[in-house]
Design a protein around this ligand. Sequence first.
Ligand SMILES: [Zn+2]
Length: 182
Amino acid sequence: MTQEFDARRLNLNAFARDGAQLVGHERLSHFQRLMDEAHGLGGENVLQFTVRGDSRPIGSGTEQVWLQLAVEVVLPLTCQRCLAPVEIPVTFTRAFRFVASEEQAAAEDEESEEDVLVLSPSFNVMELIEDEILMGLPIAPMHGSCPEPVKLQVADPDFADEAEEAANPFAVLLQLKKNGMR
Ligand SMILES: [Zn+2]
């Protein structure tokens, strides 16, 4: 009989040993910290995830526990230009290696390409997903072009002009063309 695995209470050793895989989805409303970032919007958006366990021998009969995680979701964040909601697609795949202690994890995380975490018999993958998304959020999410014209509330007219030009990709193209013709 195949063992059933629960993404919220994952027995990492068994999951890795079996080379098991969990594919699932969860509504955004189940992730409180992401809902805070989205100011309560997009609770119905579906987050897709795949997590795969992997046990890698490192000699002398010892095995290392690895997880491969892939996540896909659309987050409604706040556009930093017009302050309206902007849908930001978030997709990533990441590898995690598990070690026995907090100290070892801290020491090895520095010099490893993969993320190093502490092994646990009851690991919450959903919490890891939330952590990873929060760490990777864009600092200034923005619309490619804002739905409403931006009313610039600035006293300095030079600053206003610059902001307008920066927002208009054609202005940049025009500038490039001009330079090319010289
Ligand atoms: Zn905008």
